[in-house]
Design a binder for this molecule. Sequence first.
Ligand code: SF4
Ligand code: SF4
Length: 435
Amino acid sequence: MQTSFTPEQLADPGVARAEEILRKCVHCGFCTATCPTYLTLGDELDSPRGRIYLIKDMLENDRPADGRTVKHIDRCLSCLACMTTCPSGVHYMHLVDHARAHIQKTYRRPLADRFYRALLAAVLPYPGRFRLALMAARPGKPFAGLIEKIPAARPLVSMLALAPSALPRPDAKLARERHAADATKARGRVILMQGCAQRVLDPAINLATIELLTRLGYEVLTPQREACCGSLTHHMGREDDAHASVRHTIDTWLDAAGEDGLDAILITTSGCGTTVKDYGHMLRNDAAYQQKAARVSALAKDITEFLAAIDLPQSRVGEGIRLAYHSACSLQHGQKVTDAPKALLRQAGFTVLDVPEGHLCCGSAGTYNMLQSEISEKLKARKLANIAATRPDAIAAGNIGCITQIASGSKVPVLHTVELLNWAHGGKRPARLPR
Ligand code: SF4
Ligand code: SF4
C-alpha cells in the first residue's frame, strides 16, 4: 500500500512503525474471511482491511480521531485472526494498538463511554478492588433485566451478568512468594504470573499450576508485588497507564529472579501472555527499560509451551473423557501456540475434539464483552453452538476471559488446560469435572 507521510510525521517512532506496517498491506482482503466482526456485521469498515484504511487516513492526515473511526476500531476484538490469515505479514496488532493510543489522546468520548472505561481501568487491574466490585455486583444481578432497556446501561448489565454468583475464597498458599520444588527432582526455577482477574475469579488455576510445576521439580516464584501486566489498559489505548504497569511488572519479576537464574516466566492467562511477549516492542524507545523489557519478553512462555518442551510421561487419567479444546485467540493468533495444548491433553489420555470454526473469537476479548456486548453475545452464541456440536463432557481453554465467557452460557464444565494436566500428572481431579 502506498503511503504519504511527511519526514516530520515519520520522526515519531509510533507513526514510523505504523507506516512500515501499512506499506506491507496489498489490499487483497483475505483477512476479511476470518474476521469475526466482518462475519457478524458484514460491513467492510468492520473488517481488518477497512480498519487499516481508516487508520491510514487518520494518521496520514494527522487529524484527531472522529466518531466513525472510533466506532469501527472499538468494534475490533484484537483477536488477531487477521494476522494469522494475512499472507503479507501485516502486523495488525501494532497498528491497532497505535491507533487506540491516538484515539485516547485525540477523541473525547460520550460521557457514559468515558465513565465505563474509567471504571474498568480503575477496577479490573487491581485484584482487591475487583473482588470488592464482584461482591457488590451480586445483589444487583437480579435487577439486570430492569435496566437492560436503557442503552447507556448496557455495559453495566453485561458486568452484572458476568459477575459470578459466588466467589472462591483466596487460598493462603497463593499469598506466598516462593514454592519449593520437590527436592528429589530439582530441575529449575520459574516465575508464575498470577493474573489480576484470574487470581480472584479462579484461584484453582494458579494452585494447580504451582502443584504441577513443583511436583515436576521446579521452584515457583509468585512475587506478591506483582500488579497488572498492563494488558487491560493497553487495549483501551491508555498508553501511559499501560507502560507504568509494564515497568512495575518488569521490576517486580527481575527483582524476584535475582542472580540465581530463571528458566522462564510462565503465564496461564494467554491474553496477558500476548502482551508480556510484546514488552520488548512496547518499551523499545525507553532507554532505561528496553533491554529489561526484551529480557522479560524472551523469558515469557505460555504454560503449555513450557510443558511441551519438557518430557512429561504418558498418562491414562483422561481416558473416556471427550474434551472440546477452545483455542483462545491470544494463544492461537497472538502467540501461535496451537498444537502444544492439544498434544499435552492427548498425552494425558483425553479425547481432544477440535471445535468447528475454532479460529473465531468467543467474544470475550478483555473488556470487549462489557463494552461491545451485542457483538460479543452473537459471537458467544456461535462459539457455544460450535462447541455443542462436538458433544463434549468438558471444555478446556487457556485463558480466564474465554473460560468466564463460555461458562456463562454452557452447562458443560469449562476448565483451564493446566488443571487437567495437573490431574493427569499426580494432582487432584478438578472439582468442577463431573465423575
Ligand atoms: S483483530 Fe480480529 S476483529 Fe480485529 S480486525 Fe483483526 S480479525 Fe477483525
Ligand atoms: S490479508 Fe493482509 S495484505 Fe491482505 S488486505 Fe488483509 S491485511 Fe492487507
